[in-house]
Ligand binder design. Sequence first.
Ligand code: FES
Ligand SMILES: [Fe+2]
Length: 421
Amino acid sequence: MSSPSPNGTIDYTALVHDDRIHASLYTDPRIFDDEMERIFRRGWVFVGHDSEIPSAGDFVTRRVGTEPVIMVRGKDGDVSVFVNRCMHRGTMVCPADRGSARTFTCPYHGWTYDISGELLGVPYPGGYAAFDKSAHGLTRAPRLSSYRGFVFASLSPAGISLAEHLGSATRLIDRSCDLSPAGEVELTAGWVKHRCAANWKALPENDSDGYHLGFVHRALFSTVRSQYQRVVGDERAIKAVVRDWGNGHIEIDWSPGYQGPFEWLGGVSGSAVADFVAALERRDGAEVTRRRLLGGPAHALIFPNLFLGETNIAIVEPVSVEECVHWHTPMFLTGVPEFRSRLLRMAEAGMGPASFLMPEDLLVASRNQLGLHARTAVWLELGRGLNRERVDAEGRTVSHVTDETTNRALWRHYRTVMTEA
Ligand code: FES
Ligand SMILES: [Fe+2]
């Protein structure tokens, strides 16, 4: 479907209203190209986590938008992000998902780079009259910044800082990291990737949608006990909320509906738990620890591509206007190895290919995408909850968990980014 502005620049204010959005936002390839430039090149994008590359030479390959990159730990211990593109004729220099390397050698004609991106040498150099190796190093992401081990890159040399982008949403990352007595999480189990036949924005929207649970996940709730069951049923009895943190960062907060500690971990007990609780209490005191264990980790989108999925971390990777890849990995708590197998099993049961939640979400996203090809109707309704939203003491809009407050917050920020000079 083409947007209402077929020839000139796209008028995002005409496509994104406060209570409805135009279907072409999910189907127009020109809009996808615009997003790759404005959101994924100029903005801050989550690339990876410190724990994935603990030692010098360790690397992972990712995409920033559609740009292939290598995130590597240098000899000095610092992290760099390079565009994964040979400076000879453009081949992807490193094809592996992860590994450890002293050099990267291009598979095509053997140009070799060191882990600081410098070109070390080219085969048969006699074919070049004068060759300036220093002008042919790998392209470095101009800006790199991290928060509590979460590494973000911007492919633009100018723009707001990561701190400005995250704003108060750092507290969502804190909420997850502070559950570890060491104050850190580890993403070391490896990632599972699901390809999804939907526009990339469908995933962050669905992650922050509390309305669909009783329908998309009906089979799960009828067979397995889950803390989410409490958000299905009498609308007035549901206590979980959605919250807008600004800058496109949005949250479902389940914790008002939790009835005891560790519901987010499926309920645990025993001596390992006692040691863990004691370690948190030594650091934070009894009352703060009680609140942390009741509330659990965040369920939140850090705009645009990082999803703090409670005990999992997920990434959405755009591929093309109608295709994306969903990545997930369990979030291990540093210093609490006794929870690892449980967290791994929870990731498999909730997000894995043979699980309920994620396959159901990805399937409905692909059906959503197919429905958006209809030309008889072009607007998506996003007004749910406008009648009962409230603003909390910190200025954040909060509403019933089934309300589209999160969608509206996402789209409002989207419109700002897509129309900025
Ligand atoms: S494209 Fe990399 S060496 Fe030729
Ligand atoms: Fe879902």
